[in-house]
Design a protein around this ligand. Structure first.
Ligand SMILES: [Fe+2]
Ligand SMILES: [Fe+2]
Length: 483
């Protein structure tokens, strides 16, 4: 066995899966590579392909040593195939096959299901790069610009991770799916990406931070449940992706946090106590807290849709088959087969939102979404501490799961952020109080002035507490060569 903690850079595609002795897959990936680079050049960060960016690249999957920092031009980033090390003892930990040895190959009966899971996950990765491709031009600092590009190259790597699984385990139809991942486009009416939130625009940097906080966190939850998979290569792939995903959520949480911090600081300096005094607050060149709340409402509700229907036989089948588990599956104390358990699900009953006990097996999506909400709440509470410390009377909250939904139990109704039902007219009258209006969008857009001087930050965001890779505040994270 080759040492799977080291990454082999001798092949064109860096990897720790011994591609050098797997001619078929190496060739398939080498054939896919030019199309990927074409996609990156056409759909990756617009205007910065020849800039030198201070990026981290994985050189080892050892938890302490996998990140190496250096200047790289993004099209030359070493996108590689990196899987967490194999545990020979690993078992299928849930579902009908619980207790069997984890599968190193795809069980024939689950082939179609597994391919579907991989393609859906894979499709989100390039989608977010496409959504974010214009943001470099309005970066509020070189530090933020670098973080954006780091997220982008890692989403590119996540695409590689899924494409590897398709090429390695699914033969011809895997190849076709891998090509399809380069053909769909975010927001394209004819060939859209597969999931709703990945066809929305990311028009400004507050959206980008909200996206990395809320939508990348959906990604984290999906990867967490796929990391439980009885199909071992899937599990190993997702476990390594999760180490990168953590950085994306750091970018989101600290990005929003720094916008909040800057707003509070400017309000205090100007002697403004009322967070709803929008005219005076906006005149300071910062984003008022009520608008930040609206953006959170939007991105949270769009991200909830990504969990699918609350009650789902697909989710039950994935679980039963041992392909997709629950968050922290092995730490849950139950039979891991859910033969008789129930789970509380919020549903619309006789025009009321009520909790109904459903078979836990079909409520898998609901449970993952609840775990997601808890995870989001942690970050929101940390944002609130920033506001509290500044002595401003305002609290950010997560809206009700019935608010602004397009999938599942609440898609056909309107509800307030507190979860009270509204008719169409009431909703139309109040919508702009709860979701970003055209005017809010125009205001935020007016603040999106590029700020590319070393160590400088745009008016609406404060400097980070520490630099990337311990670098000093004025470090030149991106050497911009336009083109
Ligand atoms: Fe990703
Ligand atoms: Fe991500």
């Amino acid at each position: 066995m080759p040492d799977t903690t080291l990454v082999d850079y001798s092949t064109k595609i860096p990897n720790n899966v011994d591609l050098a002795s797997d001619d078929r897959v190496l060739k398939a990936l080498e054939q896919w590579h030019p199309g990927y680079i074409d996609w990156w050049m056409a759909m990756g960060p617009d205007g910065f392909q020849s800039s030198d960016v201070y990026l981290r690249t994985a050189v080892s999957i050892d938890p302490k040593g996998w990140a190496k920092f250096d200047y790289v031009k993004m099209p030359e980033y070493r996108w590689g195939i990196l899987l967490a090390p194999r545990d020979e003892e690993r078992l299928v930990n849930f579902g009908a096959h619980k207790g069997e040895k984890a599968w190193q190959d795809v069980p024939g009966e689950y082939r179609a299901m597994l391919r579907r899971l991989i393609v859906i996950q894979g499709d989100t990765e390039p989608a977010s790069v496409e959504q974010q491709r214009h943001l470099g031009k309005t970066a509020p600092s070189l530090y933020d610009m670098r973080n954006l590009f780091q997220v982008n190259v890692e989403e590119g790597r996540h695409l590689w991770a899924m494409v590897y699984l398709l090429h390695k385990y699914f033969g011809r139809d895997g190849r076709e799916e891998a090509d399809g991942l380069l053909q769909r486009r975010s927001g394209d009416a004819d060939k859209p990406r597969m999931l709703g939130a990945f066809n929305e625009e990311t028009p400004d940097w507050l959206s980008f931070f909200m996206f990395t906080f809320f939508t990348d966190r959906d990604g984290k939850m999906q990867l967490e449940s796929l990391a439980q998979s009885g199909f071992d290569p899937m599990s190993r792939t997702c476990r390594f992706m999760l180490t990168e995903e953590a950085h994306h959520m750091f970018v989101g949480e600290t990005g929003v946090g720094r916008a909040i911090e800057r707003t509070c600081e400017a309000m205090k300096a100007a002697g403004i106590e009322d967070p709803f005094d929008l005219v005076r607050i906006r005149a300071l060149g910062v984003i008022d807290l009520p608008t930040i709340q609206k953006k959170a409402n939007l991105h949270y509700s769009l991200s909830l849709d990504l969990f699918g229907s609350e009650v789902s036989t697909n989710a039950a089948n994935f679980f039963n088959a041992g392909l997709k588990g629950r968050f922290m599956e092995t730490r849950i104390e139950d039979d891991h087969q859910l033969t008789s358990a129930t789970y509380p699900v919020l549903k619309l009953v006789d025009g009321d939102i009520r909790t109904v006990e459903e078979p836990a097996l079909t409520a898998i999506n609901m449970r993952l979404r609840d775990d997601y909400t808890k995870d989001c709440q942690g970050g929101v509470s940390r944002w609130n501490r920033i506001i509290e410390k500044a002595g401003i009377k305002f609290q950010l909250t997560l809206p009700s799961v019935a608010f602004n939904r397009h999938i599942g139990e609440f898609k056909g109704i309107h509800a307030t952020p507190d979860g009270k039902l509204l008719n169409d007219q009431q909703w139309a009258a109040m919508r702009d109080q709860w979701l970003p209006s055209k005017a809010d969008g125009d205001f935020i857009a007016s603040l999106m002035q590029p700020c590319w001087d070393r160590g400088k930050f745009a008016s609406w965001i404060s400097a980070p507490k520490v630099g990337i890779d311990q670098k000093a505040g004025d470090f030149e994270y991106v050497k911009i060569h336009r083109g």
